[in-house]
Design a protein around this ligand. Structure first.
Ligand code: UDP
Length: 311
């Protein structure tokens, strides 16, 4: 049986990965320290093939027996989390990645890193291709995440070159869907929650900044294809259909039939002005492209938030 460790497995994307690999027949070891993850995301998987381990991956990791894949997803991943957990964010990207790579070397496992479009910073090249090195402010409030993930990529490549570890690096662009935290501070959870509660919709800046939102099931399918590919270098995964944040706010008001009004709040420091993945590499190497429309994805996500809010 294929045995896989997923760090950050109780988080938003991590828990969807647990589901996906469990359904593929893997024995899944889900590790999380639960600072931003939540066991309710994995509570539905009851089986001898699924193990939850509460552990901080910046400390020594031990798993008995063989491991085929180590999927390193653990990290706070929203701007509010970086403010609240700046040091943990840096530690999990650096020390946590080191521990996970050490384990991959010991077990001769394939190492899979969840990296991010944030490594491109406030990009000067648009859309972003994998060969762009980015425009990052190392000492800004987002620097803790951006630099930790840049370090994590460098560390993975060093283990690849020096120790011959098989590496897979996904640069994840904005992703949304069920199991996002209501209060994680990101645009989609904020807007949906505000719209459903009839509160003001807080658009930061004038809302002209752009993002490209990918539904989580598309992302997870792409991640799996990368996992089983032979591609050791970074691959962008995301949905290239780009929109302004103001358009997203209006769409969510429309979809929830909300009476909420849009208010304009100050733009946070270093908030990227544009973001859109160039996914030609994923199309070519993984034969992958997203298929879920924004309308369908938002419908599913709003339904999830409705239940959470009424619970
Ligand atoms: N944003 C907003 N209102 C909110 C939360 C976020 O206007 O209540 C903006 C944010 O400033 C950014 C965009 O929405 O320009 C996407 O933010 P998110 O935190 O979702 O992701 P990221 O900035 O990491 O792409």
């Amino acid at each position: 049986m294929i045995r896989t460790l997923i760090t950050g497995g109780a988080g938003f994307i991590g828990s969807h990965m647990c589901d996906y690999l469990f359904k593929k027949g893997h024995e899944v070891f889900c590790m999380d320290n639960l600072i931003t993850g939540d066991t309710s995301n994995i509570a539905h998987i009851h089986d001898d093939r699924f193990h939850f381990i509460k552990h901080d991956v910046t400390k020594y990791i031990y798993i008995k027996g063989k491991l085929d894949y180590i999927i390193h997803f653990a990290s706070p991943a929203s701007p509010i989390d970086y403010l609240q957990y700046p040091i943990q964010t840096l530690k999990v990207g650096s020390l946590g990645t080191h521990k996970a790579l050490g384990l991959a070397k010991e077990k001769k496992a394939i190492f899979f890193l969840a990296s991010t479009s944030e490594i491109y910073g406030d990009p000067l090249i648009h859309p972003q291709k994998e060969d762009y090195w980015g425009n990052v402010n190392p000492i800004g409030i987002r620097g803790v995440y951006d630099e930790a993930k840049r370090f994590a990529e460098a560390m993975a490549m060093a283990y690849h070159r020096y120790h011959g570890i098989d590496t897979r690096i996904v640069r994840i662009f904005n992703t949304y869907g069920p199991r996002m935290r209501i209060n994680d501070g990101r645009a989609i959870p904020n807007f949906i929650t505000q719209a459903l509660k009839g509160e003001d919709i807080t658009v930061y800046g004038d809302g002209s900044q752009t993002r490209s939102f990918c539904y989580v099931s598309d992302l997870v399918e792409g991640i799996y294809r990368l996992l089983i590919s032979n591609e050791d270098y970074p691959v962008n995964l995301g949905n290239p259909s780009e929109m302004t944040i103001l358009q997203m706010a209006e769409k969510i008001i429309d979809f929830t039939k909300s009476k909420s009004k849009i208010v304009f709040n100050p733009l946070p420091e270093d908030d990227p002005k544009v973001r859109q993945p160039d996914i030609s590499k994923a199309k070519e190497v993984l034969k992958w492209q997203p298929g879920v429309t924004l309308d369908k994805g938002l419908e599913e996500t709003i339904q999830y938030f409705r239940k959470k809010i009424n619970a």
